[in-house]
Design a protein around this ligand. Structure first.
Ligand SMILES: Cc1cc2nc3c(=O)[nH]c(=O)nc-3n(C[C@H](O)[C@H](O)[C@H](O)COP(=O)(O)OP(=O)(O)OC[C@H]3O[C@@H](n4cnc5c(N)ncnc54)[C@H](O)[C@@H]3O)c2cc1C
Length: 416
């Protein structure tokens, strides 16, 4: 069923009784051309682009829970392409361009909202760093504006400008950045892939990867063995565990990242704002809740729930930059498992096991990458060659030293 104004009118005249399920619920077949492990945004986007751009639709996406039950349904929905390094900038800008046409491509309202992403700066050195990043972005064809203190004040007058410890000196604004409704992104990619014949198989946990003669030939699952010509991993925070099934040890640590949403308020903040003197960022959802988060929990974990020290840390940062938030009532908070790579940048590559493909290392920034990740991973699976904008995301860079250390903080996930 194609969604349009005409469909909506026809359905409303018929009492909305004719809507069909958004995707099928098929039983797994014995064999596929491609199996994608992980029904998050990246796995589903990969399936969509495999089918729509490469004509490969004998594909199954295997998801151990329900589609979007991982980070895709837990993130704070920010999209942006304000990266500094050559390995990252073209990829994230490509993703931003895909976001800009995504709803037409998928025929689905993903609520993409280019409301602007503003990074605050609080010292001269930080302003210099933002000027450098903004200039690098503009040279690469990405929009960026350096704002002074009064320009920031006119956008966000309620912030704490005169805090002696963290005075706001200005900010770097990417107007084309913003948010997208995370669940809708999952549902849109799922519907589009299903519509082209991809089998989306939920409640199907991969428990083993079958390797014969150095080649991946299928998977063991909670719903039986399935054979495949190619097996692709897109399991985010579970990357180390799933890769270990094929004998691989990844340069990935899994950490929890927490997020928070407040009670619904009237429109208050119309952009995404990040605090530059601590780890805190905030935006407002279309329902009115303030959505915010901060740093990862410091220890390794596979639990999708966080701990209190980070809650305190995030609230301290919130109060430092926006004291009015102290009167806010919180609705809920939650956690997701981040696949933290050792340089803060993703990995998208072939593996030493033939026919086994890896998509991982998205850290806490993989939602914005969803369309480009799927596009480029599909390209890699279909052609065996990296897509030009993702060519730097090689697995062997951790051995060769050609790291893409976006924040310059080295192999310390909590500093990325
Ligand atoms: C609190 C929070 C806030 C975030 N905020 C942002 C943000 O604002 N902007 C941004 O760009 N990024 C953000 N991120 C990061 C982003 O959500 C992730 O990087 C991205 O979603 C990862 O890709 P994915 O969607 O494919 O992962 P997931 O949705 O986690 O998909 C992986 C899937 O694999 C499944 N799986 C795992 N093991 C198996 C198995 N053995 N068999 C079958 N299936 C398996 C999981 O159940 C899961 O559904 C945030 C993350 C969190 C948790």
């Amino acid at each position: 069923m194609r969604y349009s104004v005409v469909t909506l009118l026809a359905q409303s005249l018929g009492g909305h009784k004719g809507w069909t399920p958004v995707w099928r619920n098929p039983a797994p077949k014995a064999e596929y051309d491609v199996i994608i492990i992980g029904g998050g945004g990246h796995g589903l986007a990969t399936a969509h682009y495999l089918a729509s751009r490469h004509g490969i639709s004998n594909v199954a996406v295997l998801e151990k829970g329900y589609l979007g039950s991982g980070n895709a349904g837990r993130n704070t929905t920010i999209i942006r392409s304000n990266y500094l390094l050559p390995g990252n900038t073209p990829f994230y800008e490509f993703s931003m361009k895909l976001w800009e046409g995504l709803e037409q491509d998928l025929n689905y309202n993903a609520m993409v909202s280019q409301r602007g992403v503003l990074n605050l700066c609080h010292t001269d050195a930080q302003r210099d760093a933002y000027a450098r990043r903004g200039n690098a972005m503009r040279l690469a064809g990405v929009d960026a504006e350096l704002l002074d203190r009064s320009e920031v004040r006119s956008m966000l007058p309620f912030l704490e400008f005169d805090n002696a410890r963290f005075p706001i000196q200005g900010g770097l604004l990417q107007r084309r950045g913003g948010t997208a409704r995370h669940d809708a992104v999952v549902w849109g990619f799922a519907r589009a892939a299903d519509g082209r014949g991809v089998d989306l198989i939920q409640n199907c946990e991969v428990t083993g990867i079958t390797v014969q003669g150095g080649r991946a030939v299928g998977v063991e699952t909670s719903r039986g063995a399935i054979r495949a010509k190619k097996v692709a991993m897109a399991v985010a925070g579970n990357s180390s565990r799933v890769a270990a099934m094929a004998g691989l040890r990844l340069p990935i640590e899994s950490h929890v990242l927490q997020a928070f949403v407040s009670e619904g308020l009237k429109p208050l903040i119309d952009c995404v704002m990040t605090f530059g003197a601590g780890h805190f960022y905030i935006s407002q959802s279309d329902k009115g809740g303030l959505v915010f988060g901060g740093n990862i929990d410091g220890y390794n974990s596979y639990a999708q729930r966080g701990n209190l020290p980070v809650v305190e840390d995030v609230m301290e940062s919130a109060m430092a930059v926006w004291p009015g938030l102290g009167r806010l009532r919180m609705l809920r908070h939650w956690g997701g498992i981040m696949d933290m790579s050792m340089d803060g940048s993703p990995i998208m590559d072939l593996t030493p096991v033939e026919g086994l493909y890896l998509n991982s290392g998205w850290c806490y920034g993989g939602f914005k990458a969803t369309p480009a990740s799927g596009f480029c991973f599909a390209h890699l699976i279909a052609t065996g060659q990296p897509h030009p904008v993702a060519a730097a995301y090689r697995l062997d860079r951790f051995a060769t030293g050609r790291l893409i250390d976006e924040r310059g903080n080295g192999a310390q996930p909590n500093l990325h």
